[in-house]
Structures are given as structure tokens and as C-alpha cells.
Design a protein around this ligand. Sequence first.
Ligand code: SAH
Length: 469
Amino acid sequence: MGGFVSFVGAGPGDVGLLTEKGRQCLEKAEVVLYDRLANPRLLRYTKANCQLIYCGKLPDRHVMRQEKINDTLIEMALAGKRVVRLKGGDPSVFGRVGEEAEAARNEGIAYEIVPGVTSSIAAASYAGMPVTHRDYSASFTLRTGHACQENELKTHSDDELGDTIAYYMGVKNLYHHCQVLINKGFPPETKVAVIEWATTGKQRTVEGTLLTISDEVKANNIQNPAMTIIGDVVALRQKLVWYEEKRMFGKRLLIAKASAEESKLERYFLNEGGEAYAFPTLKTEKKSISSHELKQIRLAEKLVFLSPESVTILIESLLAHGYDIRDLPRQVYSLSEKTKKALLSIGIRSEKITEPSHEMIKVGYVNKPISAENNSKLITTHHLQIDDRFEVIDKRLLNEETWETVVFPSQSSVDWFLAALKSYGYRDNWIKTISFAYIGQRVKAYAEEKGFTKIDEEVQRELALGYWK
Ligand code: SAH
């Protein structure tokens, strides 16, 4: 099959604002080229063997030039790959999709354009102002504030500016744009809001007028990405503000490990207005279970499953060898609540235990070396490793933010968190400065044993409410 390119809008930042179609594209992709403004958490939807290429464009430092991006897109598609070009917001709004699609067309490569939620509308909504309103605004204009030579002429080419105006890429030249509008007859007291990192837990909004806003922006050190919204609708924010009032708004949390459970926690805190990031992402490498091992399992008296994955993988192997669950020993144990649930979902009751005894056969994956005797009864179903495709992303997020707290949902999450920090070259002093929260007393004790000392009571209370489940 020939290659195919999907130009996908990642939405403005909030991971929940990706379209269903965009998600399907990511799930099917073999290569993803993504921008700095596309939320990197979305890349977890990709398959483990999907290649991830960062085309991070900073305003002043182009990591990957446009021609190189086009060339890479084309090269991958011509090699027969399903390529996703993931762009912040909507690909057609100041996203250069026209140029990239044209380059694909010139090579005879088929493509699609999947729209996304553009940041102007999203930023306005998340700051508590609708871009149009029956009483205040009957039109809405999207403009670029970026003053490159070609754009300079077009930026204010039109006298009909509209009731509400959004400036993309406009913080740097904000003063200039405001002056132009005043010269065109806009009242100097026209309201202006600038929203930085809209729709994320890092969102900051400053307000002012055409006269005062650029000083406000400077005073608050507002940086890119930021959206400027000009017009009477800005006043509605006083009444309609909602996102910035969320319980966890602005809270900066790391979640240790990015598997299903942790991603659920991450999503919960994001939805509550926090800036949460789960890492490291792990990849599971399944191991084939030999017929000799299956025989051992079938003949065992007591069998203990170490994790939900071990359940799935063992059942798959049984079926592949012509057996089914009736060939499992009668006495089945599980090491965690999650494992117990996984067993129950396939009709097997198990007794939950905290420590496997010597006579039990264990199936699953063991993170740490265990004693030789215990080891002899271990049948390994898979190996877990840090997914190195996420290293660039993890490092970028770790360095870009100041994180307050790390959440440990399980004992193994503590180990994975520390292993990732170590493999990325971070020093131990992280542990001393960051506070932590945990699920369960055992996890607390384990984290303390590893050197974490300060508990974040606010997050701890939030976890105890249990709404995240
Ligand atoms: N295609 C994108 C825009 C790309 S231009 C879209 O449809 O949104 C990049 C500009 O978008 C940034 O300079 C900034 O002005 C704006 N932007 C993107 N994400 C933003 C965010 N989360 N908050 C505020 N502005 C954002």
C-alpha cells in the first residue's frame, strides 16, 4: 500500500480537545512528526513501534526547518508509511498546512486534513469569554501578529477588522498592533486579554486596554505561546471565568509512570485544571511461554498472577497451545487489586495476597532481583522497559516546568520514576526538593525509604476523595 499523510490538528493544549478522528490517525500511524505546540501526551496513543519525530519550532530557534519537515514527510510517505503530521490547534490556521499539503500533492502522495480546535477560540473560552455575543460582538477575526516581511503588509491590510480580534503569535509586537488599531479609530480603552498556555494548567490571563496591555504583558512576563483577544467580549470574563477557578488549577504534578492507571490520574488532575504529566512511559515486551512452562503451570497446586498483563499473556499462551482457563490450577492468587479485577473479568476468582509463598508458581514480571529459590518458581510473561521514544519529551517537560509534587500510585511507580530520572541523567537532589503524594500506606513507606520526605497534603486529600477512579 502507498504511503499516506494525515495533517492532524492536536487542539490547543488540553488533551481532551483532540478530535476522535485525530485520535484514530495517531493510533494507526507509523510515523508522527509533531510540533512543540502539539501536546506530547497525545503521542501515547501511538503504537509502540511508531516513530516519533520532533519538529519543535521555537519562535527564535528553528529546530527543524520547514523544508526539512516537508522532505521528511515526503520521504516517509514515499517509503509507504502512514504518516501523521501533528500540529497545534488547527492545521489550517497559521499552521502552514497549505505548503506541506502542496509538497505532498507534488509528489503524488495522498493526504487528508483533520481539523482541530484552534487556540484563539479555545483560549477565549477557557478564559471565560465567548468570541461572539449577541450584545457585544457580531464578528470574529483571526490575525497573525507575527511580523515577518511577507505578513507585515497583510497584517493590517483590511479596514474591516471585526468586533473581536484574535492575534496569533502576537506578544512580541503587541504594542505595535495596539497602536495600529488606535490609529485606525479603535477607542484606546478597548478591552484586551492575553492568555498564555491557554487550556493547560499553566494558563495565565492578563487583562488591560489597547493602551495598557503591553505594559501588563511585560510586567507579568507573558511569553509565547500566548493569544491576544481584543474587543468588548473580554469584559464578559468577569462574569464567566470558570477554568481558572477549578480546584487544582495551576497545580504542577508529576505522576510516576504512564501506564493505564497513572494516565487516568493524569487525566483527572488535568481535568481539574492542574498541569499533570505522567512519566516514564513503559513498553511491554511479551515473552513466549514454552510448552514446558505451561505444563509446570497446569500441574501446579497454587498459581499467583503478579500483574494484569500476566493474566492476558498467560491466557493467550494457553489458548495458543490448545488449552483454556480450565487447565489452570484451582488455587489462584493475585498480587494486587488490579490483577484480581483482571482475573475476575475472565471469570476467575482469586485470593489477593501481599507476598507469594515459596510453593506458589508465579507468573508475570519481576522488577527487582528476587532470591534464587523464589526465582525458580517464576515464569516470566513479559519484560518492561522505559519507552525511549519519550525521552526527548520527558526531558523537555521536566526542564520546562517547575514541578511541585510527584504522585506515586504504586510501589513500582517509585522505582520507575527513579530509574527514569537516573537514566536521563538527573541528580538525586530532585528527591529532596519535590514533595510527594501516594496511594496506600505501603507506597508511602516505600517512597520514604527511597528518600522522599515532604508530603503534599492538598494532593493527598484530593486522592483520598477517590474521584479520580
Ligand atoms: N495552528 C495553531 C496556531 C499556530 S501559530 C492553532 O490553530 O491554534 C502559533 C500561535 O498560536 C502561538 O504563537 C500562539 O499565539 C497561539 N497558540 C497556540 N497554542 C496556544 C495556547 N495553548 N495558548 C495560547 N496561544 C496559543
